[in-house]
Design a binder for this molecule. Structure first.
Ligand code: UDP
Ligand code: MG
Length: 319
């Protein structure tokens, strides 16, 4: 990891900071989150908080609008429906022009109090500051799924995605602009950020318990995120089909030779419909599985080719 000398412009004055918070039905957390963010952002007079409401059906938008009317530095974007966390976050990034953009969740699992440390790391020359969760207080299921997910994604991806990373991070203006210029719809920022390169640093923080409300990432959404993560980071799963095909064909050729020899030498045919059936079912299963993998990629190509906008904004108070 490289520690660069402090850029001249960075010490002259405090940077303008934008905090992007994508949220779905987080009404009970918003007041508290805003209060803690306001305290953490006090040293940065030109800071801004941008709430991106991802189609909440609770009181969230009412609270956001109230916070925006009472505080000059609070802004909001309200999407027409639930587009998903990654898209909501990307929409937020597209509407930030600050020197430094910090993204975090709305449920107070990501500590607003870590912001000064993140900005210090930026002042030391890092263009990306990834927040990595330390020892976790989360459920066994979440820890297990997260472990399997990172093992899987790192096995196929060409870039290391540090286990325990999330969308709690700081991005320099330059990096935000590069992300905004990426045309892809199936975004998985945790895979895009290591791909970008630049000087990045990892800071560890203690992931807190969710303050109020339910987790919005259910098993289905997590599987969706995992599929997007893997298919947008690599095409290695497609090669697996080739390897399995090559191995099974070789076994079949060897077995055919063996059966031929037995017939020639002992004049007996190898019997057994059970082995035949198992072989057929196994191959049928592998073929369908691989078709599913190919289908994932074809589906993503289809989504990209359609070139629809990432999200649709219902309302916003951005200038
Ligand atoms: N979220 C969102 N859209 C969604 C799902 C989640 O904007 O479709 C927000 C959610 O309100 C929270 C953040 O994304 O601010 C992370 O979600 P959650 O806390 O449920 O996930 P976890 O932290 O358990 O992985
Ligand atoms: Mg959470």
């Amino acid at each position: 990891m490289v520690t660069k000398t402090i850029d001249e412009h960075r010490v002259e004055s405090e940077p303008s900071v934008a905090v992007v918070v994508p949220l779905l039905n987080e009404a009970e957390n918003l007041e508290n989150l805003h209060a803690r963010l306001a305290t953490a952002l006090e040293p940065f007079p030109t800071s801004r908080i941008l709430f991106v409401d991802d189609g909440s059906v609770d009181e969230s938008i009412v609270i956001i609008k109230r916070l925006a009317s009472q505080n000059r530095n609070v802004r909001f974007i309200s999407l027409t429906r639930n587009f998903g966390h990654q898209i909501a976050l990307k929409t937020g990034l597209q509407h930030c022009d600050a020197d430094v953009v910090i993204s975090m969740d709305a449920d107070l699992q990501h500590l607003p109090e870590a912001i000064p440390d993140m900005i210090n790391a930026w002042k030391n020359g890092y263009l990306v500051v990834n927040m990595i969760r330390g020892k976790e207080k989360t459920s066994v299921l979440k820890r297990l799924t997260s472990k399997v997910f990172y093992k899987l994604i790192n096995a196929v991806s060409d870039f290391e995605i540090v286990p325990g990373s999330s969308d709690f991070r700081l991005l320099d203006r330059k990096v935000v602009e590069l992300i905004n210029a990426l045309p892809e719809r199936c975004v998985f920022l945790r895979g895009v950020i290591p791909w970008l390169g630049f000087e990045q640093c990892d800071l560890t923080y203690q992931l807190e318990e969710r303050q109020h409300g339910e987790r919005k990432y259910n098993l289905f959404k997590m599987l969706q995120l995992a599929a997007t993560g893997i298919t947008s980071s690599s095409t290695k799963p497609l090669r697996v089909a080739f390897v399995i095909g090559a191995v099974t064909s070789s076994v079949a050729v060897l077995y055919a030779g063996y059966a031929f020899l037995v017939k020639i030498l002992f004049d007996t045919a190898i019997s057994g419909w059970a082995s035949l059936l198992i072989g057929m079912m196994l191959l049928g299963g592998v073929q369908l599985l691989m078709l599913g993998v190919i289908g994932e990629y074809v589906g993503r190509v289809f989504l990209e080719v359609k070139s629809r906008p990432h999200s649709i904004i219902r309302e916003s108070d951005l200038d």
